[in-house]
Design a protein around this ligand. Structure first.
Ligand code: PRP
Length: 182
């Protein structure tokens, strides 16, 4: 395991300042779009937890939180389309303004599954906020309504994103060195 505080071992993709700035912009946009209304932020555990915590504090309209968890068999298996719900919402979302919050939109399988599931519950609106977007990896057609940054098909860690459950607490988003994850 590499030491995340080892400066030379990790190259920054996005610094904490860049992240903070973009999250503030996304929160301002969402606040404008939902002015005078109430939002339910639905975080997808575990990767989205840190982004949701920051995004919520950048939103100035009334909002509540809820969380879902889906099975994570690893990317190789996930591309088979097998997404399974592990933890459902605690509250009904009928007639509510829902924003699904993700750290990263990759193949799109997770968000397609969750979007279909949540739409059946008849929310007033359903939007998607993804901090990172890897459009080149998409297996299902889905776009986020609010995107922090598009990125190439590279492995990144930090700001909620993990390698074998580690590094989620890095304040910056860093490239995972190829010799570690291959
Ligand atoms: C990551 C991320 C998204 C999903 C996106 O979760 O948080 O939920 O992958 O990938 P997709 O677009 O290909 O479906 P992961 O399975 O790594 O679990 P985690 O959130 O617990 O890190």
């Amino acid at each position: 395991m590499i030491n995340p505080t080892d400066g030379p071992a990790l190259k920054r993709f996005l610094t904490r300042e860049q992240i903070h700035q973009r999250v503030a912009e996304m929160g301002a946009q969402i606040s404008r779009d939902f002015a005078g209304q109430t939002i339910v932020l639905v975080g997808v555990l575990k990767g989205a937890a840190i982004f949701l915590a920051d995004l919520a504090r950048a939103i100035t309209v009334d909002c509540t939180f809820d969380f879902v968890a889906v099975s994570s068999y690893g990317k190789a298996n996930r591309s088979s389309g097998a997404v399974r719900l592990i933890k459902d919402l605690d509250h009904a979302i009928e007639n509510r303004n829902v924003i699904l919050v993700e750290d990263i939109l990759d193949t799109g399988l997770t968000l397609c599954y969750l979007r279909n599931m949540l739409l059946q519950r008849k929310p007033a609106t359903l939007k998607i906020a993804a901090f990172l977007d890897k459009p080149a990896r998409r297996l299902q057609t889905i776009e986020a309504d609010y995107v922090g940054f598009p990125m190439p098909n590279d492995f990144v860690i930090g700001y909620g994103m993990d390698f074998a459950e580690h590094y989620r607490n890095l304040p910056d988003i860093c490239w995972m060195p190829a010799d570690v994850h291959d």
